[in-house]
Ligand binder design. Structure first.
Ligand code: DND
Length: 221
């Protein structure tokens, strides 16, 4: 079974995240995606983040109608910080030998991957799907890799010319580029709109928009 692992702060989950999941599901025939909402994201420890229960509730509402999309509590409160390397290893203990796990990530987040905990090990734990807007190339993906895994320029150069979907395999790492996700909606803009009591409909599922209004989320920020 092909299984996706889509981690995020999801504050809140929005149309852009769902577009990534839909494109990944189509292209890689994913039978299941775990949406793993992080209690405390390693790179956002200093930022004010909406309590986990609200972010999890919004995730569950947003995924309710799609049987293949599962809200996951793998990174629920309990420890100080959740690192993806630990969570992916934990998720893998529940998989069968024949299962293929794909870590789904946006290009923006992938550019920072070298600064994550044990990035080389994480990149070798499972395949990666990097979602981007059209026009990005696998060369950008390769250039974002931690130094020990970054191929020499003569290997990267040919990838600069091809801007389509493709797969990059190097030193035990397999990364697929999914360059068809073109939705610039951002959680920051949604929070700002909710704060100013402006419309957020359309940018988040209707059930999530109602939840945000009902619970007065983001009004205080
Ligand atoms: P974010 O806080 O960036 O999530 O976290 C993404 C994942 O990285 C989480 O699982 C974190 O635990 C993990 N992480 C981050 C830093 C360090 C470490 C791990 C570590 O282990 O050391 P957001 O809620 O902001 O976004 C979720 C995903 O959706 C991201 O991959 C983001 O790039 C993507 N995204 C979009 N993709 C396409 N179109 C859009 C998007 N908006 C967000 N409009």
């Amino acid at each position: 079974m092909n299984i996706g692992f889509f981690g995020g702060t999801f504050d809140p989950i929005h149309r852009g995240h769902l577009a990534v999941a839909a494109a990944a599901t189509r292209r890689f025939r994913l039978q299941k995606i775990l949406f793993v909402v992080n209690d405390v994201s390693p790179h956002k420890q200093a930022e004010p983040i909406t309590p986990y229960v609200h972010r999890y509730a919004m995730l569950a509402l947003a995924l309710a109608k799609e049987p293949r999309y599962l809200p996951s509590t793998l990174e629920s409160p309990g420890i100080a910080v959740h690192y993806s390397i630990d969570t992916v290893r934990r998720a893998k203990t529940a998989l069968k030998k024949s299962d293929r796990l794909f870590f789904i990530i946006g290009m923006d987040a992938f550019r920072e991957i070298s600064s994550w905990r044990q990035p080389e090990q994480l990149l070798r734990e499972c395949e990666f799907i990097v979602a981007s807007r059209p026009g990005h190339s696998l060369a950008e993906v390769a250039e974002s890799l931690p130094e020990k895994l970054r191929p020499p320029d003569k290997i990267i150069a040919p990838f600069r010319r091809s801007k389509g979907a493709g797969t990059f395999t190097h030193k035990g790492v397999t990364i697929h580029l999914l360059p068809e996700v073109n939705d610039s909606v951002s959680a920051t803009d949604i929070r700002a709109a909710a704060h100013d009591r402006r419309r957020i409909d359309g940018r988040v599922p209707a059930t999530v928009a109602s939840y945000i209004r009902k619970m007065h989320l983001y009004e205080e920020e």
